[in-house]
Design a protein around this ligand. Structure first.
Ligand code: ADP
Ligand code: RBF
Ligand code: MG
Length: 149
């Protein structure tokens, strides 16, 4: 279901435009991080996968549950590696250009390619259910890393 990481992974960077595939329209907006954030050695190829963690945006102190995908998006045969975070909170606005801080505490599954887009979306929604169920018992939401400095 979810494997708790021995050492959390920390991502901090600027929210940049993604591929514009309309994931927001599908109810799954994913905040893409700038490429420099992906270049840290802890996020090498072995780190590719689907994760759960805690996220904070901009100068806000609020911490939310999040699911994210790190890697090549095999379903779309991408040529660019990305880290995209779906924060499980309704912001009602965009926050391109803001700082995004994510503390990854659990591993859910490897990235995969699916029969069709509907199956991919179903799977992502199941990832979110796992995160909502497991994250409340995991520590991390008070980590100083999530605070804006
Ligand atoms: P893009 O292809 O540019 O990444 P998306 O359709 O994936 O576009 O939407 C992502 C954008 O939506 C984020 O960059 C952010 O500005 C905004 N957004 C609003 N609510 C959320 C949320 N709960 N989680 C992630 N991004 C959100
Ligand atoms: N893309 C894939 O190609 N394969 C996946 O298994 C996959 N899993 C994802 C899981 C989560 C929790 C999230 C937020 C995204 C995932 N994606 C995956 C990325 C998804 O294809 C991408 O967000 C949209 O295509 C918009 O760029
Ligand atoms: Mg996106």
């Amino acid at each position: 279901m979810l494997r708790v990481l021995e050492t959390p992974l920390y991502l901090k960077g600027t929210v940049v435009p993604g591929f514009g595939r309309g994931s927001k329209m599908l109810g799954i907006p994913t905040a893409n991080l700038n490429e420099e954030t992906l270049r840290q050695h802890k996020l090498d190829e072995t780190a590719n996968g689907i994760y759960a963690g805690f996220a904070a945006v901009g100068t806000s102190e609020d911490v939310y549950h999040a699911v994210l995908s790190v890697g090549w998006n095999p379903h779309f045969k991408n040529e660019r590696r990305t880290a995209e975070t779906w924060i499980l909170h309704d912001f009602g606005r965009d926050f391109y250009g803001d700082e995004l801080r994510v503390m990854i505490v659990g591993y859910i599954r490897p990235e995969a390619a699916f029969e069709n887009i509907g199956t991919l979306i179903q799977q992502i929604k199941m990832d979110a259910e796992i995160a909502k169920k497991e994250l409340p018992r995991l520590s991390g939401r008070d980590d100083p890393f999530l605070k804006y400095v």
